[in-house]
Design a binder for this molecule. Structure first.
Ligand SMILES: [Zn+2]
Length: 311
């Protein structure tokens, strides 16, 4: 890989703009690679040299999970120009088996039916191995290995993938995992934007509402509200941004913006006035204008981290 970050980003954008795919899988796979590279970067800063197709399948399920809900009168949004994407259908079927009314949270569904989840994961893994993973990087007819090398060719059969000897590794080219982790905050919003545009284009007939991005990728704030009292305690009753006392209109905010990196752990959550949340400094390049990260400001957060994480 080129060590020039601009060239690397241009390469990823070329993959995004390649028009052969009918489904939205390539966006999901790219986001999964970025998120996994960030998650598996060690404390000393080394990104993982490889990932497995099982890990990618699990992450892809996580990304599509909330998208299998119905969107404001339009039903479940289509993610394929030819009907619904197979992965979405499978997730939807699993969700319906878990809960007839309402949409189950992923971690609840996993713990209620671990066998069913395992089956779903295998089916999604097969879909990814069959299609997007071996072809994602190719531009037109040109075969490219900008990001990674896989040990199988297109044309593999499902039984081969489920066999024990299947080599399920995605081996990153030199420097790629590190670049994905480092540039993830920049690439993520670009990928989300294109994914949203694609879904809007596919569902043009059914959509009148511009709130699709929040629906597909927003975090569910109602789900975070119960954490408010704990966060307020950790912060000694003060707003994270202005240090004044918190009163009625306080809310839970993501310190690293959700669109840049979707992290719901307590390390990344703060209690703040609604007004401070709205005007918070987002730039990190104006020295002194950014508050310290949550764990540095309130060390009590550390002890709560492990049991609060949703995964
Ligand atoms: Zn405040």
């Amino acid at each position: 890989m080129s060590s020039d970050p601009t060239r690397f980003i241009e390469g990823v954008l070329a993959i995004l703009d390649e028009g052969r795919f009918t489904a939205t899988y390539k966006f999901a796979v790219l986001l999964a690679l970025i998120d996994l590279c960030i998650e598996y970067t060690t404390k000393t800063g080394s990104a993982p040299p490889m990932l497995t197709t099982a890990q990618i399948a699990e992450k892809v399920i996580e990304l599509y999970w909330p998208q299998a809900r119905a969107f404001e009168g339009a039903g479940v949004l289509r993610q394929n120009t030819k009907g619904q994407a197979d992965i979405l259908n499978r997730i939807l079927a699993f969700q319906r088996r878990i809960s007839r009314q309402g949409y189950p949270l992923l971690h609840e569904a996993k713990s209620r039916d671990p066998e069913g989840f395992k089956k779903l994961q295998l089916a999604v893994e097969w879909k990814l191995v069959e299609m997007p993973l071996p072809r994602l990087q190719n531009l037109g007819d040109r075969r490219s290995e900008l990001l990674y090398v896989v040990g199988w060719d297109a044309g593999l059969r499902r039984e081969q993938v489920e066999a024990a000897e299947f080599d399920n590794r995605i081996l990153f080219k030199a420097g790629v995992a590190d670049a994905l982790a480092r540039l993830g905050g920049l690439l993520r919003p670009l990928i989300l934007r294109r994914w949203v545009d694609r879904v809007v284009a596919i569902n043009r007939d059914a959509l009148h509402d511009p709130g699709v991005e929040d629906f597909l990728f927003g975090c569910d704030r109602a789900h975070l509200a119960p954490l408010l009292p704990d966060l307020r305690d950790i912060q000694g009753g003060a707003c994270f941004y202005c240090d004044d006392r918190l009163h009625g209109s306080s809310e839970v905010d993501h310190f690293i913006p959700w669109a840049r990196y979707p992290d719901n752990s307590i390390q990344n959550l703060v209690a703040a006035h609604a007004r401070c949340n709205a005007v918070r400094p987002v730039s990190t390049d104006r020295a002194g204008s950014c508050p310290p990260p949550p764990a540095a400001k309130n060390p009590a957060r550390q002890s709560l981290t492990s049991d609060r994480r949703s995964r």
